[in-house]
Structure formats: C-alpha cells, structure tokens
Write a protein that binds this ligand. Structure first.
Ligand code: UT7
Length: 317
C-alpha cells in the first residue's frame, strides 16, 4: 500500500505559558500541569492555518527528498482553516507550486488518521505514487478565551508527512464514528439569512471534558487491542504508540488499563498542548528527526475527538 518517507512540522514562535493564561482566566500553572500535563502552547500571531500547513509541508518534502511536482495528491485536515473554500489543501497546493489534485477531510482530532485511510484508498487505485498529508490548526481562532475549561488546552501548529507507494508499511487500521454533537462541537457561523429561524451556539469549541476523557481512554484501549489481536502482536512488539495529544492523564489511564509503561507512548503535550489534527504528525516528526524510529519498527498511531470519531493504525516504519 504505502509507507511514510518524510515528515515535517511547524509551530508558531509565540509561546504562551500557563502563567500568562492565569492573567486572563481563573486558572493556575499547577492545575494545568497536574490535570492536563501542559506547560506551554504555541499561538499564531499572524499566520493563517494554510501558511502553517505549507511550512510543515515544505519540511516533509525536504525530509522525503521529494519535489512538489512529484506529488499525485495533497490531502489536508483542519477544523480551524481561514476559509471554508478554498480548502487548506488548495492553498497548500498553490503555495507549494504543485499541480496535483488537493482535498480536505474533516474528522477533527482524528483527522490525520482519516487522511492516511483516504490515502490508502487512493494508492489502492494504483494511480498515486506520492501523496502529501497535512494536519494544520489555528485553534486559537476558534476558542472562547474566557472559558477556562477549553482555552487552556489547545494550541496552534501543523504536521505533515509524505507517503510513497514503493513499500507497504500501512499494515492495518481501525476507524470508528459515533456521530453526534452533544459531547464536542464547533458550531459554524450561522449566516445572516432573513429566512432562517434557528439559533446556533457560539462559533467556538464546546466540549464536555469528562465525557470526552472517558470516551478517549476507552477508544485508545479498544483500538490498540484490536490492532494487536488482528496482527498477532503484543505491546512488547510495538516500539512506540503515538497518541493524539489531548491530556497526559488520558494516556496515564490508558497505559494503566493496557498494563504497559507510559514510556511506550510518545508525548509532547507539555510544549504544544492539543493541536487537534496536527498533534500526531507533529509527534511523528519529532520522533523521526530524533532518530528514534528504525526501519522495521512497529508503531501504532491512535486518535479520538470530535465526531465523535476515533481511529488507530499499525505502521511498519
Ligand atoms: O482533542 C479533543 C479531545 N479532547 C479531550 O480529550 C479533552 C478531554 N478532557 C479533559 O482533558 C479534561 O476533562 C479537562 C482538562 C477538559 C478538564 O479536566 P477535569 O479533570 O475533567 O476537570 P473537571 O472538569 O472535572 O473540573 C474539576 C475542577 C472543577 O472545580 P470544582 O467544581 O471541583 O470546584 C472545575 O471548575 O477544576 C475546575 N477547573 C479548573 N480549575 C483551574 C476547570 N478548569 C480549570 C482550569 N483551572 N483551567
């Protein structure tokens, strides 16, 4: 099917610490570190989502030793793009000077894994040799900065990967959706139609934290167990689990339930917070550039979030 031949990431320069947030809402560094595991996050002060996506894409292309004209598709994911249309994918295509088709997938925090699944389908048609996938978010633009239960969690950034069909490293995947908007939702601008009579909630992230937390722990454990069982593997065979970075305590709970060490999970939430669709490719890029992944290593990517959607995949590096 495909394997990952290059990774990239980009985060804005501006660091916002917990102490700085404590000057804006009723919170404190100790609570955020203990309950979520975040020390700081990056916040865009002047870059749109597509510009961050482009910078991460450039890094991934360079890492893959690949040119924009080599790409057969560009797939992006975002819940916080500057435009509904053109999509972030179309803007990345323009900024890169690529000419291939480009499209966007919306699956919130699980979207990077839905991009891989979509790419697998395109590769299976036999027409694509190289596909660029990017998760990019300017979540700071869709946060209610007076709501301490959400504004302390999220951050901005982008992560990318180049996929190639010359080897099969995408071994198995699970994708699940429990559709509904009662646990997490980001309402859209309702418009100004004089004919429309319904009201919507404010166009910011609304989240039932504890419901999401329980859902996340269950989803991670069940998806990982499914992949291990289906592929006759044990957790000891897995070099790293790369989870969506939403709350360090979610990972602590999942590790305990899976009876494995927390070190098996790669975590960087301390520095970036939750960057939704960008969190897994950013983590993957850090692992890759640090030389922590060797050819032949098994890794599992696992994600959960709005939709509600969850997904996981087994990759051979
Ligand atoms: O990427 C999408 C997926 N999202 C997630 O996976 C998020 C999952 N959920 C979570 O990470 C956690 O539920 C939160 C971080 C959102 C909240 O943490 P929690 O441990 O579930 O806190 P809680 O809502 O149970 O609140 C505990 C207490 C409350 O005070 P009382 O009622 O016990 O007096 C809150 O008012 O903590 C209070 N609190 C805060 N205190 C200081 C809530 N937010 C804050 C805050 N600073 N920022």
């Amino acid at each position: 099917m495909f394997h990952i031949i290059g990774t990239g990431m980009y985060v804005p320069e501006r660091i916002v610490t917990n102490d700085e947030l404590a000057t804006m809402v009723d919170t404190n560094d100790e609570w955020i570190r203990q309950r979520v595991g975040i020390a700081e996050r990056r916040i865009s002060t002047g870059e749109w989502t597509s510009e961050m996506a482009y910078k991460a894409a450039l890094q991934a292309l360079e890492n893959a030793n690949c040119k924009p004209e080599d790409l057969d598709y560009i797939l992006t994911a975002s819940v916080s793009a500057e435009c509904v249309s053109p999509s972030t994918a179309c803007m990345v295509q323009k900024l890169l000077g690529a000419t291939c088709p480009a499209l966007e997938v919306n699956a919130a925090c699980s979207a990077f894994l839905f991009l891989l699944e979509t790419a697998a389908g395109l590769f299976a048609r036999g027409k694509a040799k190289k596909i660029l996938v990017v998760g990019a978010e300017r979540l700071s633009g869709i946060l209610d900065w007076s709501d301490r239960s959400t504004c302390i969690i999220f951050g901005d950034g982008a992560g990318a990967a180049v996929l190639s069909n010359d080897k099969d490293g995408y071994l198995d995947s699970v994708v699940t959706v429990h559709g509904g908007d009662d646990v997490i939702k980001i309402p859209h601008f309702t418009g100004c139609s004089p004919f429309f009579t319904k009201e919507n909630d404010s166009p910011y992230i609304h989240m039932q934290g504890q419901e999401t937390f329980k859902y996340a722990v269950n989803a991670i454990c069940s998806d990982i167990n499914t992949l291990l069982e289906r592929n006759s593997l044990a957790l000891d065979d897995i070099r790293y689990i790369v989870p969506h970075q939403a709350n360090k305590r979610i990972i602590d709970f999942a590790a305990k339930r899976l009876k494995t060490s927390e070190d098996k999970f790669y975590l960087n939430i301390e520095h970036y917070g939750n960057t939704s669709s960008a969190s897994i490719p950013i983590a993957l890029d850090e692992l890759n550039r640090a030389g922590k992944l060797q050819s032949g290593d098994y890794i599992i990517l696992t994600a959960f979030g709005g939709g509600l959607a969850n997904a996981a995949c087994l990759i051979r590096w």
